[in-house]
Design a protein around this ligand. Sequence first.
Ligand code: KIV
Ligand code: ZN
Length: 507
Amino acid sequence: MARKVHIFDTTLRDGEQVPGAKLNKRQKLEIAEQLAKLNVDVIEAGFPCSSPGDLEAVREISRQVRGPIIAALARTVKEDIDIAWEAVKEAERPRIHVFVGSSDIHIQKKLRSDREKTLEMAVDAVRHAKSLCPDVEFSTEDGSRTEFEFLCRIIEETIRAGAGVINVPDTVGYALPEEYGDLIYRLRQRVVSMERVLLSVHCHNDLGLAVANSMAAIRNGADQVECTINGIGERAGNASLEEIVMVLKTRAESYQATTGIDFKEIYRTSRMVSRIMNVPVQPNKAIVGSNAFSHSSGVHQDGVLKDRTTYEIMKPEELGIRQQTLVLTARSGRSALRHKLAELGYSLDSETFQRIYNRFIDVADRKKEITAQDLQTIVEIEVSKVFETYKLHSLQIMSGNKMVPLASITLEKDGELHTDAATGNGPVDAVFKGIERITGITGKLCDYDLKAVTTGTDALGEAMVRVEIGDAIYSGIGTSPDVIEATARAYLNAYNRYFANGGAEKV
Ligand code: KIV
Ligand code: ZN
């Protein structure tokens, strides 16, 4: 009989530590709701003591999201634990997740302490957390580099103090699969009380081994695996959720373990996280990359046309990836659009539907055929839009290899049109400068990514930007069949986020 491996998603905590990917309450809630649809077992919603905003976001997720356990991270400090409890206490199933560095490197160099004091702190913290919350997880940070005898001791003592989940992270992505699997095996053999708790693993990807290490741990008895959507996370990231669950599904005979994941929500979740956190997915990323199911060599295409199993080990539609079917044209009416949206799984209120319809007509006027992927992109962007202080009304570009590019832009604000023009090093630069002139706010472009949503010369372009305004970074996304317009929309989206966040406007 296959055993169940619990999926602990930490996209909203470890994943959010990516520079520039900081989320606001609304964005965190949107992702948490999607993670619940994906049917993860645990959502680590944040680190509430890190900021009042994070506390609020975790509290809101706890109030609204039903299904998964909602966990909040805390150091072994009473105040952290109290704040974490404040954040999750209204959840259907709350969890406090306490961690402390347990390797000598962490104890001596970071905590400037010793093993005995660290042990005492961990036990006190778990006991305190347990007095507040029935479900407590304890993590031995840098567990894979922790001396084995001490690791066993700290685990035994924290189980005695009330921890119901013990997590042994490979914090710096240093472990090798056979080594990490062996560690999990030895811990299970050695710590008798481990039978009463869940043993969890948490791998980072510094050597590109996060998923391999997680799989080795599962094979050696790990009950819970901590991971993120798209493998997003600090430095080289965390183990990727979609890769782990698809290995377990595709090679079921090898692992004899299942998850509760609703596979058809994988692609939608991946897109949403990429868009909201503004971290593009590399095209060759396993499972969710844009090339993961496209076959370019003639031999492969021939094989797939004859029988898909020749070169495909998974079915893209099982992951919610839709083929590029023709969906609609500019002549399709409202009811055809509504019907297609329902087929794609969207049920929208009438105001949102109207916005999507307007945008659909705008794009369809310029692009002959709107595919399922185009439509999905339009909906995703419209649904998550912030209040638009400035709307793009029109844009004109003059550019060439022998002239200084010039952008003339008209933005709408409170029903009034504001027009200005700017030159730049290129058309994109000219557009950015034009937007800055109208809004009176100067931003610094930190990241810019442009890709085609579908194939063909009239493909819908999707631009993602990260703009530093003041002391914060705002992300923006925009689409259009015209890549410069997509870029202008993305830049404006970032500016509108800044305004929605209380940024000052030109008077
Ligand atoms: O990588 C790590 O060790 C962590 C812990 C806080 C669980 O993220
Ligand atoms: Zn981590």
